[in-house]
Design a protein around this ligand. Structure first.
Ligand code: HDE
Length: 712
C-alpha cells in the first residue's frame, strides 16, 4: 500500500486530514516537490549510495580501531554534528501550523491586495506562535508575550504579518530593542530566570523607561498566560497602510480574533503546567488539528482615514498605543483556519523566516519608528540564523509566486539559474526578467507616495509623550478578578527583585502614575509605603473604559473543543460515563477517562473500560473541567486515594467546573468543600447541563476568594 501523503498545500486548502490517502493531484503536488517520503525507499547516503549495514562502523577487525575510510559513518556523524542552528534571539520557542486564509468578500475598495479581493480563493498560510524570552526548550506556559506570526503565500508574493498576542509594545523606537531584550533575557552572570521577567534587570529597565508602562501592565495581566494558542487574539501592533488600485491609502491596525474566544490560565496552574507539561500549548495545538478541531480566527482591521491621522488623543504611529475598539470598531475581512500540522518541526517551524518587510501590493508601512527598525532586523537575523541570504529558497519560505531576479550565488543556493544575464537591463536574455509598471494589471509593488518634508533629526515626537493614560485605561477596563490578577502579578514579580530601589521606583514612578489603588496594593504586598500622589499629571482622554479589552467579554458562549477529565475507579457507573460522553460530544467538547493507574477499570456491571491515562499521567491542569461518575465502589476508592482527592482540590482551586454524579456527591464531605455555581452535585441530563453552563463561563470567578484557603 502506498503511504504517500497528499500534497501539503492540497490538504490544507481542502481542509482535510493528513493521513494516508492514495489519491493525488499532480498539479497541486508539483507545488511542493520538496516533501520527502521515505516509505518503501532504501537507506542511502547523501550521494545516493545504498547502505548495506547501518549498525556497525568499519573496523580493522571486530575488536580493532575504526577506519577513516568509513565514508558512511563519517558522513552520518558529520551531518549530525551540525544539526543545530542558532536559535532565534527572541521568540526562540515556537510551534507552527499550516492552514488557509479566505476573504469574506471583495475588499478592493480598501486594498488592491489580491488575496483580499476574491472570496472564493483560499490562500495558504503558515503560522508560528512563540514565547519571547525563553530559549527553544523552555516552558510553554510562562508569563510572557506570545508571538503570532502569519505568512500568507499569496499569488502576488509572500505577506508576513509578524504580530503578537498583545496590541502594543514595550518601546517606541527600534534603537531601544537590544536594550529591552538584554534586560528581559536571563541575567548574564547565571542565565536565570529561564522564560520569565521576574528578575532585577527587567524591572530595572522598565522602571526607568516609562514608555513601557502600558505593555508591562498587559504582560502582568492574564493575557500573558493564555489558556491555549488557539484562544489568543493576535495584533499587528503597528499602524499599517492599505492602498487601493486608485492609490488611495487608509491607515489600519490588523486584528486576529479566535472563534473559540479568548481566555487564560490562572497563575498557579500556569506555573504547575510549566513543570507537568512543558509542551502544554504546542500539544494542545497539535492535538486540536489532528482531531479536526481546526483553530480559526477572524481577520479584521480598524480603518483610519488618511485625514483622521491626528484625530486621537495619542499618536497612531506610537506602538505603545492601541486604538480602542469603542473608537474604531473592527471591520472583519476574512478568516484563517489552521488545518495541518507540519511534517517536520525543523524544516518548517524552525526554518520559517518571517519579516515585517515582506508585503505585497496593496499593503504598506506607516512611519512607526519601531516598525521601521523591524524592516531591517528580520532579514539581517536570518542571514546568521539560516546561514546566508538564500533562506527564501528553503521550502517553508518559498513563495508560491514565481521569483526571478539577478540575485545570484551565495551560501546554500539551490536554484539553478539559467540564462547568461544576471543584470538588468540586458539585451542578451531578451531583457528578461523585466519590471512590471505599478499601473499595469497585476502591477509591480509601488510604495505609497507619501510627502515627507522634514529635518534629519534624532528626536522623539512630543505626540509620543503620554505613557500612562492607556495603561490606566487598560487597568480600569478590567473586571474585578482581572484587576486582582494584575496586582498579584506585579507583587509576585517585584517580590523577586532583589534591589529595593528598583521595587520602589516601579511602584512610585510607574504604578502610581497608572493608578494609585494599584500602586498602593502592590506597595502593601511588598511592604513599601503606599504612594500618595502620581509624579506625572494625569492627562484628559476621550475614553475612561474599553470593555473590548476585558477577556470577560471575549467568550463565545459555548464549550466547543473544551476538555473534561472523567475520574473513575473499579465499580464506576458505566452508563453515566456513556451518557456524559454523548452529551459532551454533542456540544463539540471532549473527555478523557482517567483511572488510578493506566490499567482498565471495571464498571459496576462488570465491563472493562480502557482508560486514556492515569490521574497522575494527565493532571487536572491539563483539563477545563472534571466529571466524577457515581458507583459506590468507585467513589469509596477515590475517597481514599490522595491523587484523586488532590485532583479535585486542584481543579477546585483553579476555579474549574466540577460535576459530581450520584454517589460522587459524597466527595463534597470528604473534601470539605461546599457546592457552588461550578461545583455541582446531581444526576444525568440536569447535571450535564449545569456543568456545561459553568464551563461556558470558563472559570467560577466567584469562588476565587474562597479557593485561596484550599491547600492544593
Ligand atoms: Fe520581533 N524579532 N523585533 N517583534 N518578532 C524577531 O526575528 C525585532 C517586535 C516578533 O515566529 C527576530 O526571525 C526588533 C514587535 C515575532 O519566527 C528578530 C524589534 C513585534 C517574532 C526580531 C522587534 C515583534 C519576532 C528574532 C524592534 C510584534 C517571531 C528571530 C524594532 C508586532 C517570528 C527572527 C517567528 C522575531 C527583531 C519588535 C514580533 C531578532 C529589532 C513590536 C512574532 O529579528
Amino acid at each position: 500500500m502506498s503511504t504517500k501523503k497528499p500534497s501539503a498545500r492540497k490538504s490544507q486548502l481542502a481542509g482535510t486530514d493528513t493521513l494516508d490517502r492514495g489519491n493525488s493531484n499532480s498539479k497541486l503536488e508539483s507545488l511542493e516537490p520538496f516533501r520527502s517520503d521515505a516509505t518503501e525507499q532504501a537507506l542511502r547516503t547523501n550521494q545516493g549510495v545504498k547502505i548495506a549495514d547501518n549498525q556497525n562502523s568499519l573496523k580493522a577487525g571486530a575488536r580493532g580501531p575504526s577506519l577513516l575510510e568509513d565514508f558512511i559513518m563519517r558522513e552520518k556523524i558529520t551531518h549530525f554534528d551540525h544539526e543545530r542552528i542558532p536559535e532565534r534571539i527572541v521568540h526562540a520557542r515556537g510551534v507552527g501550523a499550516h492552514g488557509y486564509f479566505q476573504s469574506y468578500g471583495n475588499h478592493s475598495a480598501l486594498t488592491k491586495a489580491g488575496f483580499l479581493s476574491d472570496p472564493t480563493k483560499q490562500t495558504p498560510v503558515f503560522v508560528r506562535f512563540s514565547t519571547v524570552q525563553g530559549p527553544r526548550g523552555s516552558g510553554d506556559t510562562v508569563r510572557d508575550v506570545r508571538g503570532f506570526a502569519v505568512k500568507f503565500f499569496t499569488d502576488e508574493g509572500n505577506f508576513d504579518l509578524v504580530g503578537n498576542n498583545m496590541p502594543v509594545f514595550f518601546i517606541q523606537d527600534a534603537i531601544k530593542f537590544p536594550d529591552f531584550v538584554h534586560a528581559v533575557k536571563p541575567e548574564p552572570h547565571n542565565e536565570i530566570p529561564t522564560g520569565g521577567s521576574a528578575h532585577d534587570t527587567f524591572w530595572d529597565f522598565v522602571s526607568l523607561q516609562p514608555e513601557s508602562a502600558h505593555m508591562v501592565i498587559w504582560a502582568m495581566s492574564d493575557r500573558a498566560i493564555p489558556k491555549s494558542l488557539r484562544s489568543m487574539q493576535g495584533f499587528g501592533v503597528h499602524t499599517f497602510r492599505l492602498i487601493n488600485a486608485e492609490g488611495q491609502s487608509s491607515f489600519v491596525k490588523f486584528h486576529w480574533r479566535p472563534t473559540v474566544g479568548t481566555c487564560s490560565l490562572v497563575w498557579d496552574e500556569a506555573q504547575k503546567l510549566a513543570g507537568k507539561d512543558t509542551d502544554f500549548h504546542r500539544r494542545d495545538l497539535w492535538e486540536s488539528i489532528e482531531g479536526g478541531d481546526y483553530p480559526e480566527w477572524e481577520f479584521g482591521v480598524q480603518i483610519i482615514a488618511e485625514e483622521d491621522e491626528h484625530s486621537f488623543d495619542f499618536d497612531i504611529l506610537d506602538p505603545t498605543k492601541l486604538i480602542p475598539e469603542e473608537l474604531v470598531p473592527i471591520t472583519p475581512l476574512g478568516k484563517m483556519v489552521l488545518n495541518r500540522n507540519p511534517d517536520n518541526y525543523f524544516a518548517e517551524t524552525e526554518q520559517v523566516a518571517f519579516c515585517p518587510g515582506h508585503i505585497v501590493p496593496g499593503i504598506d508601512f506607516s512611519n512607526d519608528p519601531l516598525l521601521q527598525g523591524r524592516l531591517f532586523s528580520y532579514t539581517d537575523t536570518q542571514i546568521s540564523r539560516l546561514g546566508g541570504p538564500n533562506f527564501h529558497e528553503l521550502p517553508i519560505n518559498r513563495p508560491v509566486a514565481p521569483f526571478h531576479n539577478g540575485q545570484r550565488d551565495a551560501m546554500h543556493r539551490t536554484t539553478i539559474d539559467k540564462g547568461r544575464a544576471s543584470y538588468e537591463p540586458n539585451s542578451i536574455d531578451g531583457g528578461w526578467p523585466k519590471e512590471t509598471p505599478a499601473a499595469a494589471q497585476d502591477g509591480g509593488f509601488e510604495s505609497y507616495n507619501e510627502r515627507i518634508d522634514a529635518h534629519k533629526i534624532r528626536q522623539r515626537s512630543e505626540s509620543f509623550s503620554d505613557h500612562f493614560s492607556q495603561a490606566r485605561l487598560f487597568f480600569k477596563s478590567m473586571s474585578k478578578h482581572e484587576q486582582e490578577h494584575i496586582i498579584a502579578a506585579y507583587s509576585f514579580e517585584l517580590g523577586k527583585v532583589e534591589r529595593l530601589w528598583i521595587r520602589e521606583r516601579q511602584v512610585n514612578e510607574i504604578l502610581a502614575n497608572i493608578d494609585l489603588e494599584l500602586a498602593g496594593r502592590v506597595a502593601q504586598n511588598l511592604g513599601l509605603p503606599a504612594p500618595k500622589a502620581p509624579t506625572v499629571a494625569e492627562r484628559k482622554t476621550s475614553l475612561a473604559r474599553s470593555p473590548a479589552l476585558s477577556q470577560v467579554n471575549l467568550l463565545p458562549g459555548g464549550i466547543k473543543t473544551r476538555k473534561v477529565a472523567i475520574l473513575a475507579a473499579n465499580g464506576v457507573d458505566g452508563a453515566a460515563i456513556s451518557a456524559f460522553q454523548k452529551a459532551l460530544n454533542a456540544e463539540g467538547a471532549h473527555a478523557k477517562l482517567l483511572g488510578p493507574t493506566s490499567a482498565p477499570v471495571t464498571t459496576a456491571d462488570g465491563k472493562q473500560l480502557p482508560v486514556d491515562a492515569s490521574m497522575e499521567g494527565l493532571p487536572s491542569v491539563a483539563f477545563d473541567a472534571v466529571f466524577v461518575p457515581g458507583g459506590a465502589a468507585s467513589i469509596k476508592a477515590l475517597s481514599s486515594d490522595g491523587v484523586a482527592l488532590h485532583y479535585l482540590l486542584e481543579a477546585y482551586k483553579h476555579l474549574k467546573a466540577i460535576a459530581l454524579h450520584g454517589d460522587a456527591g459524597q466527595l463534597l464531605d470528604v473534601l470539605r468543600l461546599e457546592a457552588d455555581a461550578g461545583l455541582i452535585v446531581g444526576k444525568d441530563a440536569q447535571l450535564f447541563k449545569a456543568l456545561f453552563a459553568a464551563m461556558a463561563e470558563h472559570r467560577v470567578w466567584d469562588r476565587e476568594a474562597k479557593a485561596k484557603a484550599v491547600p492544593a
